[in-house]
Design a protein. Structure first.
Length: 360
């Protein structure tokens, strides 16, 4: 079975960067304004158009360290002695490799990612994407990424990129796999962003020991070289909700929106509530209804992802005047990042009932 390294990488980095996709293989085509298709199963990006016309990019240049790893990954730094001398690409002089870094992976499919970041570039204004919907729709149709309703999820535009000037991505194909690189102390420290950014010298490594037990991507790509330009390690992506509704931070395939209404959140909820959900879609208006008695729940899990101008009407039945409440969402595909939303119904008669929106 093929290991989806970028899926593993994306899931790991989302602990700290929840809106980002990983770029495990350091695909250089990923840049702000690039038009393409993201495979939601892997996070891999396929380029369709190099740059969307009319974009402006804000560049934030800041050197810092990027380090994330699976559990059970360890790194050991040791002094090493390599017979003879090798050419140091940073200084163009003959030197001895006097240090090595070795990673050990306790488990299969575990990874480490260590880079010296150079900065982050983002689109200044994402409305330029919406403004060029018709042009993007034409590209989507050419790549079978559109339906009668419009652009399908997964087709869109890269909105932000985190760049690195050097570093390594390494994954283990087997338990107890090892990967190592050797070089000068200063070169290795620079490589992983562990030295003073203004210190002299360039990031480099001189010797790489990469076995068949690991999958690795290094920057620079070859030993004895210096990286010519930064490469992307992670990115953000805007896609469409099966139509012309732009999802500015698309992180997964939504498919359909799911609204869960729950009166079990509190064991003291005694009211019965009549529920009506109204919304608009490219194909026309939509409606869902339900009646929820205390201690039960209802879910609308087939709401089109292209739904807009949605309003939830709740009417709590009482012996006297009923209590009514409305909860609106103009663009639920944008306002519900995971595609789901929960509403808790609370209240014990004769006290006042209410609906509480649980935000992700």
């Amino acid at each position: 079975m093929t290991i989806k390294w970028n899926r593993i990488y994306t899931d790991l980095l989302r602990r700290d960067w929840p809106k980002h996709w990983g770029n495990w293989a350091l695909n250089p085509h990923i840049q702000p304004g690039a038009v393409g298709i993201v495979d939601p199963a892997s996070g891999d990006f396929k380029l369709v158009l190099q740059t969307l016309p009319g974009i402006e990019v804000i560049k934030s240049e800041q050197s810092r360290m990027w380090k994330t790893a699976s559990k059970g990954v360890s790194r050991q730094e040791t002094k090493t002695i390599v017979k003879g001398q090798v050419l140091d690409p940073a200084t163009s002089t003959q030197i001895a490799a006097n240090a090595s870094l070795e990673w050990t992976f306790k488990d299969q499919n575990s990874i480490t990612s260590e880079f010296a970041l150079s900065g982050e570039h983002v689109l200044k204004d994402s409305t330029v994407i919406q403004d060029q919907y018709e042009q993007l729709l034409a590209y989507a149709k050419r790549t079978s990424a559109a339906t009668e309703a419009g652009i399908s999820e997964g087709f869109g535009v890269v909105t932000g990129v985190i760049y690195a000037k050097s570093g390594v991505n390494v994954g283990s194909k087997k338990k107890n796999a090892k990967f190592s690189i050797a070089g000068s102390v200063s070169g290795l420290n620079k490589l992983l962003g562990e030295s003073d950014p203004i210190a002299k010298g360039e990031a480099s490594y001189l010797i790489e020991n990469n076995t068949e037990d690991t999958d690795s991507h290094t920057l620079p790509a070859e030993s004895g070289a210096v990286a010519s330009e930064p490469l992307p390690v992670a990115y953000t992506f805007a896609s469409f909700a099966g139509g012309n509704v732009l999802i500015p931070h698309w992180t997964r395939r939504i498919g359909a929106l799911n609204l869960h209404i729950d009166s079990k959140a509190s064991s003291f909820t005694t009211y019965t509530a009549k529920i009506k959900l109204l919304f608009k879609t490219p194909k026309g208006p939509g409606e869902r209804t339900a009646t929820i008695v205390g201690g039960t729940s209802a879910s609308f899990n087939d709401i089109p992802v292209s739904a807009t101008q949605m309003t939830l009407f709740i009417e709590f039945i009482s012996l006297g005047q009923n209590t009514k409440q409305e909860i609106p969402w103009n663009l639920p595909a944008v306002e519900w990042p995971t595609g789901t939303r929960t509403i808790n119904l609370v209240g014990t008669w004769p006290g006042a009932p209410k609906a509480i929106e649980v935000v992700d």
